[in-house]
Design a protein around this ligand. Structure first.
Ligand code: GGG
Length: 356
């Protein structure tokens, strides 16, 4: 029987509400498909910051390294500047474990209302591949004359040939594996960002030449945003820089009904380090503590984790159970127009899983 060790970081806000529900569903899947998930929880995030002055303890990356995967809820607290949480936990994990492909599917499920007139569920099934280790999120820059009237802040984006090439190649490989539209859309703003993103465009063209069976499209990010609304069904795999991929995945989530349904995988495709799975949504302090957060994005992130671990049948069963609960429309959280609790939605998925 296969055993997998999973480091769990529930984090802040709704993170500690959705994570236990996802663990319950994943444990049910493990039971049914005959493998073992050993979860170990880490109480890092805002509470750790209030107690110790940092969101994670010294050496936290070394503690995560031996795990097979990391499952993360959400980070961010209204009383801590967001850059402290992000640069203290999430971004170091992505960089230390070279999780260079942040894979963010956006699927419009049957039974879910979308905001777009004249479009139907089932018409949108796209994946954003976000570069996850450099670009606009590279920790390069600084302050001069900080906190004085004449202070200056410099923030540099870093685009390397290797960084562009590997994530763009991953996007093409994914388009081939998905075998849907076999289409990769590259998103930049290379008319204005005339160095890093020009390099990206050049690398995109050269990697595209390795995949003659894949159709390509290059869009400026403003046009991409417009077309996510105007023609979302035309997209298959979208590859974008760290910042643009982040923004577009929230837009894709809204177009497909709710950010409460958007999962993500931070992958080290070479499998040298643990990959990390997390919902796209953040800590949502406005609804935290009320037991109404949608657990499906975290459950679907868990399914992506099972897929990554090689438990494909279990991953598909979880995805099908989620799709069935959504299609049935009886149990759903308020973000989808329902009145159910986080626990009730997860329990409905777990029951479907057991029945399937
Ligand atoms: N579920 C992950 C989470 O809490 N994300 C908050 C966030 O601000 N993420 C930024 C990012 O993904 O780069």
């Amino acid at each position: 029987m296969s055993h997998y060790s999973i480091a769990v970081i529930p984090g802040d806000g709704i993170g500690p509400e959705v994570i236990p529900e996802a663990k319950r569903v994943l444990a049910r899947a493990a039971e049914r498909f005959g493998f073992v998930l050993r979860f170990e929880d880490f109480d890092w995030g805002a509470e750790h910051y209030f107690r110790c002055g940092s969101v994670a303890p010294p050496g936290f990356l070394e503690r995560l390294r031996p795990f097979d995967a990391i499952l993360l809820g959400a980070v961010g607290h209204p009383d801590i500047p967001d850059h402290i949480t992000l640069h203290g936990l999430l971004l170091p994990i992505r960089r230390a474990f070279d999780q260079y492909a942040n894979v963010r599917p956006a699927v419009w499920y049957e039974g879910v209302d979308g905001p777009l007139k004249g479009r139907q569920p089932g018409q949108v099934d796209l994946v954003i591949v976000r570069e996850n280790t450099e670009g606009e999120y590279a920790p390069v820059g600084g302050f001069v004359h900080q906190h004085h009237a004449d202070e200056v802040a410099v923030q540099s984006a870093v685009f390397t040939r290797k960084g562009c090439e590997r994530v763009i190649r991953y996007a093409f490989q994914l388009a081939v594996r998905r075998n849907r539209k076999r289409r990769v859309t590259s998103v930049t703003k290379s008319n204005a960002q005339a160095y890093g993103m020009v390099l990206w465009d050049r690398v995109f063209r050269s990697v595209a030449a390795e995949f003659p069976s894949v159709e390509t499209e290059s869009l400026l990010v403003d046009a991409a945003a417009m077309n996510f609304v105007r023609r979302p069904e035309s997209f298959d795999v979208v590859v974008a820089s760290n910042l643009f991929g982040d923004i577009l995945s929230d837009l894709a989530a809204a177009v497909t009904g709710s950010i409460g349904l958007a999962p993500s995988a931070n992958l080290d495709p070479e499998r040298r380090y643990p990959s990390m799975f997390e919902p796209v949504h953040g800590s949502a302090p406005d609804i935290a503590g009320r037991g109404i957060a949608n657990p499906l994005a975290t459950i679907l992130s868990g399914a992506m984790m099972l897929e990554h671990l090689g438990q494909t049948a279990a991953a598909q069963a979880v995805q099908q159970a989620v799709a069935a609960v959504l299609a049935e429309g009886r149990v759903r959280t308020p973000d989808l127009g329902g009145h159910s609790s986080t626990r009730e939605v997860a329990e409905a998925v777990a029951m479907r899983l057991a029945a399937s």
